[in-house]
Design a protein. Structure first.
Lengths: 341, 270
């Protein structure tokens, strides 16, 4: 699967580097000084690289933990995100990563201990408050867990910090590491979904919706707290029927009691990222359709966005209480009112 | 388009024969050979010469971006047997300390290694690298004109600790490259396959001309027009856009708004 591994010289002998390399005995291992000289170079083509991404093992310096934009959260006031990896093994056409990064290679930061120190520092800033840490913004939290051993390291860590929440956000069905151990109450395993018909067209290499629901069921039986993420919402002619079917399928298998949160968000991209994505996939109907610029972001027209958010919210309320529903929208955005009616 | 860049005539000869290239430019500072979609330039030795050659070749063959670029030549290594073919997975410049990492997105029919470009022939082979005199100059120049995935350096080992550079003759150079043409050919085909996946925005030029003949569009508006027509082509392939309503519009801005409205009114499919 991975035939090239770039390794920063500084972490060549790091134990996590050795463990990861051992998983790819046939790969070529290439030393580099800093990962940016591969990952951030100009004149790269994300689309071409996506066919055969390399793995870059790196050490992260600073900016371990970042605040989420205001309005993004699942019930807490203190919301942060961190990325032990950049990029994802899946290839979702709507994904902002392909617009944000120049390279499709996977960057894996091996210095978990520094992330954990930074998380502890954030927790210490407000020890009596609950802090939320989202791990799946720039990557899929679980898809490469067998390689990165992310959960093996971070679940015990969060287990020791009961006033901090960890969100694992994923489209993966690689949940064995979670099933093998006891659940921790301050971890939300959140699965992202679009309806099967949309997923089949836009979410390349992603496990089928039914398989993801199956993975959630297993986690539910084991006692893990679950999250549902409908972000981004993808518009097209038959979206209503398809989202209805999706919700029916999900809630046939999941109990509301297992749910920690359900969030939904519109399809929006900063204009420069959209431009990059359009250049990569000019033949993609998603980008050719009714998208326009609104307040510096590329999105569906306001009326479509409002209609979708309103409809999806209503249908979700057939299954879940309002208290579990969270919008992923900036706090001052007019459409927030639709979601909080 | 495939561009070969070699330093020496003896490196060029096997390629010229293999791809049936004809000399198309000899009065200029570089000899250039070409046929159909393949061009070859003989740069001379050293990274400055090769940088100039890359720019020359690009500008004198239509300045076509995102083509396949290959630096082919001989190189030294401490222990690799003479005749070993190597594709660079890292290119470093010994003097400037700059490095590049050509992404190899295909199964390689030979070994890969780091190439270090030196200003003088390396005869001591201190480190276990492949030593040459052009790769860094070539790579730095070629990625100005193409995406990095299509730019590669292919070397055949001509000297090592047992067989010194003094033994490298024109005839040996020619034979070494000749013997590795099969491997090189395989690399070229694989890179070409990757190049085929490059996206391109498809525009019906006849349709575009119809608009440009009818209204005056500023440069910015021409970009917008091209984008809107491309989007329409994706959403409604081969559909008729022209109508009396459109033809009656007097301002180019209104034409762009008309096309935008049409896109927004189409049923949205995936």
């Amino acid at each position: 699967m991975i035939d090239t591994v770039y390794i920063e010289e500084e972490i060549w002998d790091h134990s996590r580097t050795r463990e990861v390399c051992a998983r790819f005995p046939k790969a070529r291992f290439i030393p580099c000084e800093r990962y940016g000289e591969i990952f951030n170079r100009k004149a790269q083509n994300f689309r071409l690289q996506k066919n055969r991404p390399a793995l870059i093992l790196a050490k992260k310096y600073g900016h371990f933990i970042l605040e989420t934009p205001k309005g993004y959260g699942i019930g807490g006031e203190r919301n942060f995100y961190f990325s032990h990896m950049l990029n994802c093994i899946y290839d979702c056409r709507y994904c902002f990563l392909q617009g944000m990064f120049r390279s499709a290679n996977y960057v894996f930061y091996v210095n978990y201990e520094d992330f954990q120190q930074a998380i502890e520092a954030k927790i210490a800033e407000a020890p009596s408050a609950e802090s939320y840490f989202f791990s799946g913004y720039d990557c899929d939290s679980l898809a490469l867990d067998s390689v990165t051993k992310f959960t093996e390291s971070f679940l015990p860590f969060f287990e020791r910090h009961s006033n901090a929440w960890l969100e694992l956000r994923t489209k993966s069905v690689q949940v064995q590491s979670l099933l093998r151990r006891d659940p921790i109450p301050n971890c939300v395993v959140a699965f992202s979904f679009t309806p099967s018909e949309i997923s089949d067209v836009l979410e390349h290499k992603v496990p089928k919706v039914s398989h993801r629901i199956g993975a959630m069921e297993k986690l539910q039986e084991r006692g893990w707290r679950l999250g549902l993420r409908f972000d981004p919402l993808i518009y097209h002619e038959d979206y209503k029927a398809q989202y209805e079917r999706l919700f029916r399928e999900i809630f046939l298998s999941l109990k509301v009691e297992s749910l920690h949160s359900v969030s939904l968000g519109p399809f929006r991209l900063p204009k420069p990222w959209y431009e990059n994505m359009y250049r990569l996939y000019p033949d993609e109907k998603l980008f050719a359709g009714p998208l326009g610029e609104h307040r510096g972001m590329i999105s569906y027209p306001v009326e479509i966005e409002q209609e979708m958010l309103g409809f999806v919210r209503e249908r979700l309320l057939d299954y879940t209480p309002q208290s579990l529903l969270y919008p992923c929208i900036p706090r001052n955005d007019p459409v927030v009112s639709i979601l909080k009616k | 388009m495939i561009y070969f860049v070699v330093a020496l005539p003896s490196e060029a000869k096997p390629l010229v024969n293999r791809y049936q290239l004809k000399l198309i430019s000899s009065r200029t500072q570089f000899k250039v050979y070409g046929a159909r979609q393949v061009f070859l330039i003989v740069s001379g030795v050293g990274k400055i010469r090769v940088q100039e050659a890359v720019r020359f070749l690009y500008e004198h063959t239509g300045s076509i971006r995102n083509s396949v670029w290959l630096n082919v030549g001989i190189a030294g290594h401490s222990s690799y047997p003479v005749g070993t073919a190597v594709l660079a997975h890292k290119v470093a410049d010994q003097i400037t300390q700059e490095s590049w990492y050509p992404p190899i997105l295909f199964d390689v029919p030979c070994q890969t290694d780091s190439i270090v470009t030196v200003d003088r022939p390396e005869t001591e082979y201190r480190d276990p690298f492949v030593y040459d005199m052009e790769a860094s100059g070539f790579y730095k120049a070629a990625i100005q004109f193409s995406t990095v995935e299509l730019v590669h350096c292919f070397k055949v080992i001509s000297d090592n600790r047992r067989s010194s550079t003094k033994q490298v003759s024109k005839a040996l150079t020619e034979r070494l490259i000749q013997n590795r043409l099969g491997t090189l050919d395989s690399v070229v085909k694989k890179i070409e396959k990757i190049a085929e996946r490059l996206p391109s925005i498809q525009i019906d030029e006849t349709r575009l001309k119809q608009f440009l003949d009818h209204w005056h569009f500023t440069v910015t508006q021409q970009h917008q027009l091209r984008r809107l027509l491309a989007r329409l082509e994706i959403l409604e392939p081969k559909s008729a856009i022209w109508s009396s309503e459109l033809g009656a519009l007097s301002k180019s801005k209104d034409v762009l708004n008309f096309l935008e409205s049409r896109i927004n009114s189409l049923p949205v499919g995936l």
